[in-house]
Design a protein around this ligand. Structure first.
Ligand code: PBG
Length: 322
């Protein structure tokens, strides 16, 4: 048989495969999400997210030590407060759980990038991402509280604030409040194309943020849409976002691809709780190879066009690629 092309030549050995490999995940690409709870001495595994924990402040600081040692550039912080109310006031209280965590973290680990997720759903008694009136999530009223939260995280030491609420106009409001108060260097990573997704299920267990009524479809995006995602990303960039995000990741690689080709700002993708837990559960059952599947998923997210990958696998990946 005479063949001019033998693509298999370039796959013949690991050395050859390494030489021609187009994409590699670096520890510098990763962000590690953490869940902080009140109290002391608490490191409690989240049942639907094996290997992910609720951490009280003391364990949170120990975790930062490990993250820093692993060479991971930053952490994304979620607060799980004891007290929740209608207006999510713990989200923007000076002594809120995240504000305290940020101050401690900044003091002890000044080089780590501290990213504060900005949303009301972990703090409201009804679990929605904004203020409710007549069973509706109000946009402009919520934006005010969201901008107030972002400012208070910046004051507490956040390097980046990451609004994940999907209210209209929140990036602009956050930028304007930050600038007014002298936080010109605090960056905004906007959850720009955030879909109303079933893959957030385990996170809502972790954050106790399942909506008490209805769903998030009036503010998070319809998973059937991609043009709308491009529009959302464009709006956030125009409003002042420094980094934009697509979330979830695996079922939205086309959206990641499209956004990365159209826009010049760094693109993040969030490999969310459900995507993580599916791999974990299958691996625990012996149905899938955990390391192989996690590396394949993460590399695919990078290949699609994301520079920044937010993943619960971050620490393991850092270990695997060392
Ligand atoms: C807060 C928020 C959510 C996630 C990140 N920020 C949950 C939601 O929108 O319900 C999900 C992250 C994950 O599933 O890992 N709004």
């Amino acid at each position: 048989m005479e063949l001019n092309h033998r693509p298999r030549r370039l796959r013949i050995s690991e050395g050859m495969r390494r030489l021609v490999r187009e994409t590699s995940v670096s520890v510098s690409d990763l962000i590690y999400p953490l869940f902080i709870v009140e109290g002391r001495g608490i490191k409690r595994e989240i049942p639907s997210m094996p290997g992910v924990f609720h951490l009280s402040m003391d364990y949170f600081l120990r975790e930062l030590e490990e993250v820093q040692k692993a060479g991971i550039p930053g952490v994304l912080l979620f607060g799980v407060p004891d007290q929740k109310d209608e207006l999510g006031s713990e989200a923007y209280s000076e002594n809120g759980i995240i504000q305290r965590a940020l101050r401690e973290a900044k003091k002890n680990y000044p080089e780590l990038l501290l990213i504060a997720d900005v949303c009301l759903c972990e703090y409201t008694s009804h679990g929605h991402c904004g203020m409710i009136s007549n069973s509706m999530v109000m946009n402009d009223e919520s934006v005010e509280l969201i901008a107030k939260s972002a400012l208070s995280y910046a004051q507490a030491g956040a390097d980046i604030v990451a609004p994940s609420d999907m209210m209209d106009g929140r990036v602009k409001a956050i930028r304007s409040d930050l600038d007014k108060e002298g936080f010109k260097d605090t960056a905004i990573m906007a959850y720009s194309a955030k879909y109303a997704s079933s893959f957030y299920g385990p996170f809502r267990d972790a954050a106790h943020s399942k909506p008490a009524f209805g769903d998030r479809k009036t503010y998070q995006m319809d998973y059937a849409n991609i043009n709308e995602a491009i529009r959302e990303v464009r709006l956030d960039i125009e409003e002042g976002a420094d980094i934009v995000m697509v979330k979830p990741a695996m079922a939205y690689l086309d959206v990641i691809r499209e956004a990365s080709q159209r826009f010049e700002v760094p693109l993040a993708a969030y490999h969310v709780s459900g995507e993580y837990s599916m791999i974990k559960a299958a691996a625990q059952n012996g149905w899938i190879d955990e390391r192989g599947a996690a590396m394949e998923a993460t590399t695919a997210i990078k290949r699609a066009g994301a520079k920044i990958i937010i993943t619960y696998f971050a620490k393991q990946i850092a270990e695997w690629i060392k």
